[in-house]
Ligand binder design. Structure first.
Ligand code: URA
Length: 230
């Protein structure tokens, strides 16, 4: 390894450490260029996901369209084994039209890279596709209008595991109230043979950095589950 490569690797490990990644499991092969690394082989059939996007169109099914800059559909591998579902786009996501690209997104990316995944090897979406003004909590009518499209995305992707980020995503997909602190880090049977795996929302971790260690443990467990399920 050249001196430049060592320097680059050091910077990359510092980037992960800053997010709370203290341990990288064997076989994760983190790379300073992980985002550029060639993705896992994918099937070419992205039809069902594209259909879901077309059905959604220039959505005006709830009032959030009036204040949005961009609708944030979701992004990543259309055949990902691992899917993340957050709450709703924030300011940066609304500006860019991409999920988890602000500070919370940076932390999610750090955790992902810690377990050896790049963002484009997973799929990232939200319960809502438009930003609630001032990042307020999603309203039940907004969730009701948006959820059918997330379910279509999930059916198209058919992930093995959906990692729900935070209480809103967890409770919405579970269809029941549940304390995230109590149920995080557990694999829960869901529909279509998919497992739900709740963890803390990265924005909560930014406000409560003392919980990052537990959250990263959840990511390590996710990696193990994917490896044992093949
Ligand atoms: N928080 C979320 O729940 N989703 C995003 O895309 C960004 C921040």
């Amino acid at each position: 390894m050249s001196q430049d490569e060592v320097k680059q690797l050091k910077l990359y490990l510092e980037f992960l450490q800053e997010g709370g990644v203290e341990y990288i499991p064997k076989g994760s092969h983190p790379s300073p260029r992980a985002e550029e690394a060639s993705p896992l082989p994918k099937s070419a059939d992205t039809g069902p996901l594209e259909e879901a996007r077309e059905l959604l169109g220039d959505c005006k099914r709830c009032p959030l369209w009036e204040t949005r800059n961009h609708l944030v559909f979701g992004e990543g591998d259309p055949h990902a084994q691992l899917m993340f579902v957050g709450e709703a786009p924030g300011r940066e996501e609304d500006l860019q039209g991409r999920p988890f690209v602000g500070q919370a997104g940076k932390l999610l990316t750090q955790f992902l890279q810690g377990i050896g995944f790049s963002r484009d090897e997973v799929y990232i979406a939200n319960i809502l596709k438009c930003r609630p003004p001032g990042n307020r909590t999603p309203q039940p009518q907004e969730i009701e209008a948006c959820l059918p499209f997330l379910l279509k995305q999930i059916q198209a992707i058919q992930p093995q595991i959906i990692c729900t980020l935070g209480a809103i995503a967890t409770q919405t997909l579970l269809g029941q109230k549940a304390s995230i602190t109590r149920i995080r880090g557990q694999s829960l049977p869901w529909r279509w043979g998919i497992k739900l795996f709740p963890t803390f929302h990265p924005a909560y971790l930014l406000r409560n950095p003392g919980q990052k260690k537990k959250a990263y443990q959840d990511f390590l467990q996710l990696k193990e589950m994917l490896e044992t399920q093949g």
